[in-house]
Design a binder for this molecule. Structure first.
Ligand code: GDP
Ligand code: IMO
Ligand code: MG
Length: 421
């Protein structure tokens, strides 16, 4: 029986997952998302065209592969319609190829309002969410009060929706949050009708049958390991399990069915929203990363915070996910640097040194190793043989520390700027 391969982010998201899933798609029969929702922004660039996918898997542009929205995802009908219809307009046929789990949860219009209201009530302690209703939707899932995709087809859908909405409105009132639902509710209802043309499946059966028939599946993670609800920098995290185990629960596959685990990382590090970021830079190096890397959020347009690569957090992520292959992204952004730094340990507030990611990384001081820069335009390279020695050394340094091989090196945003080793 074939195994499922998983590709997921090892940092705080935006590592370049969408680009690489698109590159790897021709090798698989099915691409599946297993968690998150329209908080994700996965950018793909090819043939001078750019697409940003939010809820739709990144396997829709390569041939006629099937794509799955897994049970672990949360879907906003209005945003889904906008995303899917834009793709259809661009000539991408989704109707027969996009399968949606009946067990995925629906983001209701009031979930989005609750996200804003709860954030506003937190003041300076806010998470800095994407405002897409992700946290409140997963909260309802765990509270057993959520509305699922399969409920759309049930005769009592309206009652289920009304019950959830009424509970949300009571909370919004208690938070003194002023709102007008008319427009967003109309767009959402329109989205619900639009969704009905798609095939709703039980992803657990679909996945099992796909593997049995000898077909292959690639799972696409969203967000990143450091945003995982259990292991990330809590409470400044998203509300789902972004780690490899999330593919098991978010799609309905057994751990023994997982094959390769591709862990994707930038050659530096970024983060959007609030929360600790040990290697964050506030100097010209950070500015250069932000400018050269075009580090602006694909969903909210917010400027991403930038810093040096954090090998302490990365080794933690590699171990949590059982990464078998590393994918190194955006090294070209560091092309002009004379030297590059990598964080190899933290000094904790009490003065002790550790290379294990601590319970709380707020207030730790990063300890760096400095390596020579490569001072070469990597974006023009086509094979590993052309890599300058300094860049090879940088890759080896990462491989040794993380105890995993770098199998793919991305040297630019385009589909073609991808080098396998
Ligand atoms: P995702 O959320 O993990 O899919 O990543 P995003 O799409 O949010 O952010 C990655 C950004 O980096 C996008 O703008 C990509 O077009 C861009 N990108 C991806 N790989 C590379 C690369 O190797 N070099 C450069 N310079 N940009 C890249
Ligand atoms: P992709 O898939 C980067 C961050 C938000 C916020 C926290 C919680 O493109 O890598 P949420 O809206 O999920 O409740 O926000 O998580 N966040 C992301 N940061 N990339 C993402 O997705 C993110 N999705 C959520 O900025 O700090
Ligand atoms: Mg992104």
């Amino acid at each position: 029986m074939e195994k499922i391969d998983v590709l997921l982010g090892l940092q705080w998201g935006d590592e370049g997952k969408g680009k690489v899933v698109d590159v790897l798609t021709p090798r698989y029969d099915v691409v599946a998302r297993f968690q998150g929702g329209p908080n994700a922004g996965h950018t793909l660039i090819f043939d001078n065209k750019k697409f940003v996918l939010k809820s739709i898997p990144s396997g829709v542009f390569q041939g006629d592969k099937q794509n799955i929205i897994g049970n672990g995802m949360v879907i906003d009908a209005a945003l889904f319609k906008a995303e899917a219809s834009a793709l259809e307009e661009a000539g991408i046929n989704l109707k027969d190829r996009l399968l949606i789990s009946k067990k995925a949860h629906l983001i209701l219009p009031t979930h989005r309002l609750l996200d804003s209201a709860i954030e506003a009530s937190k003041g300076a302690g806010k998470v800095g969410t994407t405002g897409r209703g992700i946290g409140p939707t997963y909260t309802d899932k765990v509270a057993r009060t959520g509305v699922r995709m399969g409920d759309i087809l049930r005769p009592d859908f309206e009652e289920r929706y009304a019950a959830a909405k009424a509970a949300h409105e009571r909370t919004l009132k208690s938070l003194n949050y002023e709102y007008d639902l008319t427009e967003i509710e109309a767009a959402w209802r329109d989205g619900i009708e639009y969704l009905k043309q798609f095939k709703f499946i039980d992803s657990e059966h679909f996945v099992a049958n796909t593997l049995r028939s000898g077909k292959t599946i690639l799972c696409e993670g969203a967000q990143g390991t450091m945003l995982d609800i259990d292991f990330g920098s809590y409470p400044f995290v998203t509300s789902s399990n972004t780690i490899c185990a999330g593919a098991c629960t978010g799609l309905g596959v057994a751990p023994s069915a997982i094959g390769r685990v591709y862990g994707i990382m930038k050659a530096y590090c970024t983060r959007v929203g609030s929360g600790p970021f040990p290697t964050e830079l506030f100097d010209k190096d950070g500015e250069a990363m932000s400018d050269r890397g075009q580090e602006f959020g694909a969903v909210t347009g917010r400027r991403r915070r930038c810093g040096w690569v954090d090998l302490v957090a990365l080794r933690y992520a590699v171990r949590l996910n059982g990464v078998t292959n590393l994918i190194l992204m955006k090294s070209d952004v560091l092309d002009t640097f004379d030297t590059v730094k990598a964080c190899v340990a933290y000094q904790l507030p009490d003065g002790t040194r550790t290379d294990e990611f601590p319970f709380d990384c707020e207030g730790v001081t990063p300890i760096y190793e400095e390596l020579p820069g490569w001072k070469t335009d990597l974006t023009k390279l086509h094979s590993e043989d052309e890599f300058p020695e300094e860049f090879n050394n940088y890759i080896s340094f990462i491989e040794e520390y993380l105890e995993a091989p770098v199998s793919i090196v991305s040297v630019g945003p385009d589909r073609n700027q991808t080098i396998e080793r």
